[in-house]
Structures are given as structure tokens and as C-alpha cells.
Design a protein around this ligand. Structure first.
Ligand code: NAD
Length: 351
């Protein structure tokens, strides 16, 4: 067996903790990529994986992405992420999340969790019965609730900017947007886009979400494998990572990629592939920072909606700056974004 240090996504993680509690069924990973800018913060994912090695890879890639995201939105937090492997068959959800809360205590404040894929504010409530290293709570002094609507709002603002910049249209009305994943973030984004007059084409593995989107948002439903080739102006990946890969890249017809999913690019070279095809890629960790901004406000001890709103405008300003640099230099947007984030982390280290 090869060592974690040789893992292609290890990237000098400060700490990778395997968490296990056979009594409850908990198996997971808490990955702390960096605490240079402060204690790490990022959501916990609850998902089924074919192999436990895939869960480790997901945790490592997601926690590194959180380092970049948290630096990008200038909050006093480094990057970390939790992954809990969803058991097959029946399980006691409360017992798993309680055990996970106790595991967070063992990481000792180097990592604060909140919601991610497959996790709800009620799971955060259960975690909170065991630990204080948790946000995204619905009750408490600075409680901020589910971060997903704020994430969707940030993506919506960035998407609007990208449409104006790339397509020369001042608003979203009449723009077609294909959305992969109608979960907590994807559905809220769909609602905002619908309210702004966009035409929606959607795909999900969850039939109930599709029916709801058809009924409430007049969305056109396509098969999960067909979403990549939809002839839409914008493609918004809002499911799991790796939506843009060597198979899907040649299929894309959208002129803009702007969505909530973390790690949309299966490999870094996809950014160059998108740029070569004239597709504007809005880097995921630049546009989906709304949720962690909301979490950071809660973690500061006083939830401040005005500060959050200003920070959401900041996402658009950062995206505009990156696109401007891209237009001037021809370098792809992902490379430019990563350079900015890494420079901020390096400055934090020097300080
Ligand atoms: P969620 O679990 O609520 O939703 C994910 C949705 O994707 C579900 O409806 C699921 O059925 C669907 N899905 C899964 N596999 C699919 C496939 N192959 N094709 C189509 N749909 C599929 O999760 P969420 O909180 O909405 O997060 C969505 C994405 O946004 C994730 O990548 C997450 O890491 C990222 N993100 C979320 C937040 C947040 O605030 N929740 C913040 C930043 C980034």
C-alpha cells in the first residue's frame, strides 16, 4: 500500500485524520490542508463512495480547495473539509453525526465544520450536542443556518456578471442555463434564475427535485449524461466534482461555466481546454464562496448580514478582476485565480 504522503492530492496537508466508530457506523476523514490564515473551515460531505480510497481523495481535494476559497474571500480561516462515508443499507444517522462531533473534538479546533453535500442543518444540530467546532446552526447567538441559499446568491451574482461580460446582455432574461444538480444550492439558484427570466434545463438523480423544477420553474428535464451537451448559454455544475473532464469537455456547447460545485475541473488542464474553446470558466472557489462567508460571520461570534452582503458583492469584484486579467494576458482564469489565492496564503505565512 502506498503512503498518504505519496497521494497525488496530498499537497502538504497539515493533518489528515481518519475517524472511525464501529458502534455508530462512522467512517470518515477530516482533512486540514492549511491553518496559515486561521483555523480551517469547510463543510462536511456525507456521501456513498465505491471505495474508501475515493473518499480520501475527495477529502484531500476538497480541503485544498477550501484553502484557496477562504483565502480568496479574505476570511480568517484556512482550508479543511470533512467526509463521512455514507453506509449502504440502514443506519442510525443521529449516532453517526454524534460520533463525528466527538471526532471533531479530537482534531482540537484546527477544523470547523458546516453543511456540504448530503448534510443538513439538523445534522449540524446533532454535531453541536458534542462539540463547539461547528457552524451552519439554526439556533444560537450567531446562528446563520443553512449556508446554501447564500452560496446560491453569490453564484447568481457572478453568473449575471459573466453573462454581461461574455454575452453583452445586461440581465438574465431569456438566457438559457443548464443546471447539473438541484440540491440545496442548485435548486435555490434555479429559483433565482427563473425569477430573473432565464430558461432552465436541468438534470439530477433525484426524481422529486426534477418534478418540482418542472412544475414550479417550467424547467426542461434532460438525462444526467445529456446535461453536458445541452445547447445553453451557461452551464452551472451544482452536483459533485469533476463535471468538466476529458469526456465532457468536447461536448460542451455553453459559452460560460458558472456553478456552485466544488472541484468542477477533474484535472487542472481542463481550464486550458475551456479557454482554448472560448468558454469562459468562472473558477468554482471564486463564485461559490457565499456559504463559507456566511459560516465565517457565524464563527466570528456575531452574525452580520450586511457584512455578508458586502462580501457577496466582493465575489463579483474578484471574478471581474480575474476575467480582466484573462482578457489582457490570455492566461486561463483558473491559473490566475490560483495565483491570487496562493499569494495571499504565502503572505499570511510570512506575516
Ligand atoms: P446537495 O446534496 O444538497 O445537492 C447535490 C445534488 O446533486 C443532489 O440533488 C443530488 O441528487 C445531485 N446529484 C448527485 N449526483 C448527480 C449527478 N451525477 N447528476 C446530476 N445530479 C446529481 O448539495 P449542495 O449543498 O447543494 O452542494 C452542491 C455542490 O455545491 C457541491 O459540490 C458542494 O460541495 C458545493 N458547494 C456547496 C455549498 C453550500 O453552501 N451548500 C457551498 C459551496 C460549494
Amino acid at each position: 500500500m502506498s503512503s498518504i504522503f505519496d497521494h497525488p492530492d496530498f499537497d502538504d496537508h497539515e493533518c489528515v485524520t481518519i475517524v472511525s466508530d464501529p458502534d455508530s457506523g462512522l467512517s470518515g476523514i477530516i482533512a486540514v490542508h492549511s491553518t496559515v490564515l486561521g483555523p480551517s473551515a469547510g463543510g462536511t460531505r456525507f456521501w456513498m463512495y465505491d471505495e474508501s480510497a475515493d473518499a480520501i481523495t475527495d477529502a484531500l481535494r476538497l480541503s485544498r480547495a477550501m484553502s484557496l476559497k477562504n483565502a480568496m474571500v479574505s476570511i480568517p480561516h484556512g482550508g479543511g473539509k470533512g467526509v463521512i462515508i455514507r453506509p449502504s443499507g440502514t443506519f442510525d444517522r443521529e449516532a453517526i453525526f454524534s460520533a463525528y462531533g466527538r471526532a471533531l473534538n479530537r482534531v482540537g479546533g484546527a477544523y470547523y465544520t458546516a453543511e456540504d453535500v448530503g448534510v443538513s442543518p439538523d445534522d449540524m444540530r446533532v454535531i453541536h450536542t458534542q462539540t463547539s467546532f461547528v457552524a451552519g446552526l439554526e439556533e444560537g447567538v450567531a446562528a446563520s443556518g443553512d449556508p446554501s441559499p447564500i452560496t446560491a446568491d453569490g453564484v447568481f451574482r457572478c453568473l449575471k456578471f459573466a453573462v454581461t461580460h461574455k454575452l453583452g446582455q445586461a440581465d438574465i432574461s431569456g438566457i438559457s442555463v443548464s443546471i447539473q444538480g438541484l440540491g440545496h444550492v442548485g435548486y435555490t439558484l434555479a429559483e433565482q434564475l427563473h425569477a430573473a427570466g432565464a430558461k432552465l434545463i436541468v438534470a439530477d438523480i433525484n426524481e422529486a427535485a426534477l418534478t418540482k423544477a418542472q412544475t414550479e420553474l417550467n424547467a426542461q428535464v434532460v438525462d444526467i449524461d445529456a446535461i453536458f451537451a445541452v445547447d445553453a448559454d451557461v452551464f452551472a455544475p451544482c452536483a459533485l466534482g469533476g463535471a468538466i473532464n476529458s469526456q465532457t469537455l468536447p461536448m460542451l456547447k455553453a459559452k460560460i461555466i458558472c456553478g456552485a460545485a466544488n472541484n468542477q475541473l477533474a484535472t487542472a488542464d481542463m481550464a486550458e481546454g475551456l479557454a482554448a474553446r472560448g468558454i469562459l470558466y468562472c473558477p468554482d472557489y471564486v463564485v461559490n464562496g457565499g456559504g463559507i462567508i456566511n459560516v465565517a460571520s457565524e464563527l466570528s461570534g456575531t452574525y452580520d448580514p450586511q457584512w455578508v452582503d458586502g462580501k457577496l458583492d466582493g465575489l463579483v469584484e474578484t471574478l471581474a478582476d480575474i476575467i480582466k486579467q484573462h482578457d489582457v494576458t490570455g492566461r486561463n482564469t483558473d491559473v490566475i485565480a490560483e495565483e491570487i489565492a496562493l499569494a495571499r496564503i504565502a503572505a499570511g505565512k510570512r506575516a
